[in-house]
Design a protein around this ligand. Structure first.
Ligand code: BMA
Length: 334
């Protein structure tokens, strides 16, 4: 007997205590909500504006297959979205040739020292994906710094404050040795150096073997930077994108304090399992409620829609205490 899809999901979920709770009205944004014709909307950066409005900077794919970014604003972060009537940040290949095939997957960091939001995003160049950076005060006008990490590189986010006097950027260069998370430092957000390996993809049969990347910007807690990262598993029927958890030292974010062994969130619901790219959950942003504990995590589902899941910093840290280890490398065969 085949169970209806909803029941199959709940059977799967009940085997483990869920740490992220899907919103019942998911997906919260799809192409049908858009004020102009698009193919799909997914992988949104997120932030709370000063007046409490939730702003999502959404990756929007047109019917050429190229992406731009568009802002959606909501009072409660769930519904009533006001979506910009035209694209908010469009590729500008005339001035930034690295954006020729679109801009994708933004992460937003509010930087108190600059009193601005720093948006890092993937610029899809002829040479592959690179990391670009732009500053904004209002998500209406942007100051572009252009490409700051050359291809192949993506999945980047800035830390909200300097570490030892320098800005710190997490990113994911691809090398023949695998796709791992790195951290680099800069005095001015333009020139980057002191590149350090931050978290390695595992090897062999692990869920996060060979390819990992930062998901939303790191969450600053009293115990360290709490980091969601995605792991990509290649299977004969395609890739599986799932989420894992790690904790890094506050004043030395290269140092991994704890890393969980198992994934904590993966594609289960119909809108995550089937879309333009099946079996993808891909968060690029979160907001924190006034209680300082409740996280609203916004994620792309199957490269087709934006969904919301809630979690609690306290329960994530408790889970890491119970399930994490401090060996960040976790080499295959160990
Ligand atoms: C990754 C990124 C994401 C995308 C995912 C699944 O490499 O390009 O934008 O959601 O693949 O297609």
């Amino acid at each position: 007997m085949t169970l209806p899809a909803e029941q199959q999901v709940s059977l799967l979920s009940t085997r483990f205590e869920p740490l992220l709770h899907r919103h019942p009205t998911n997906p919260i944004l799809t192409s049908r909500d858009w004020p102009y014709p698009i193919n799909s909307v997914f992988n949104a950066g997120a932030t709370r504006l000063e007046d409490g409005t939730t702003l999502l900077l959404c990756r929007v794919e047109d019917r050429r297959g190229l992406s731009h970014l568009s802002a959606a604003r909501s009072r409660n972060g769930v519904d009533g979205w006001q979506i910009d009537s035209e694209p908010t940040l469009t590729p500008d290949p005339k001035n930034y040739p690295e954006e020729i095939w679109g801009i994708e997957d933004p992460r937003i960091t509010f930087v108190p020292e600059l009193q601005q939001y720093v948006v890092t995003y993937t610029s899809y160049s002829r040479g592959g994906p690179g990391v670009s950076l732009a500053l904004t005060k209002d998500f209406r006008s942007f100051e572009r710094y252009g490409v700051i990490m050359s291809p192949d590189d993506k999945d980047s986010s800035l830390l909200p404050r300097r570490i030892d006097g320098c800005w710190a950027l997490i990113h994911r260069p691809m090398t023949t040795l695998g796709s791992h998370m790195w951290i680099s430092y800069s005095p001015d957000l333009r020139y980057w150096g002191r590149h350090r390996l931050m978290l390695e993809a595992r090897r062999g049969a692990w869920w996060d073997a060979n390819k990992i990347g930062l998901s939303p910007p790191p969450i600053e807690t009293s115990r360290g930077w709490l980091v969601f990262y995605h792991g990509v598993r290649h299977t004969p029927s395609g890739c599986l994108y799932r989420l894992g958890l790690a904790l890094f030292e506050l004043d030395n974010p290269e140092k991994c304090l704890l890393r969980g062994d198992s994934w904590i969130f993966g594609p289960e619901a119909e809108y995550e399992r089937h879309g333009d790219v099946d079996d993808v959950v891909f968060p690029c942003g979160y907001t924190m409620d006034a209680d300082g504990d409740t996280l609203n995590i916004y994620y792309g589902a199957a490269d087709c829609a934006i969904a919301l899941a809630r979690s609690s910093v306290r329960s994530l840290l408790e889970w890491l205490d119970a399930n994490g280890s401090s060996d960040r490398r976790q080499r295959a065969g160990d």
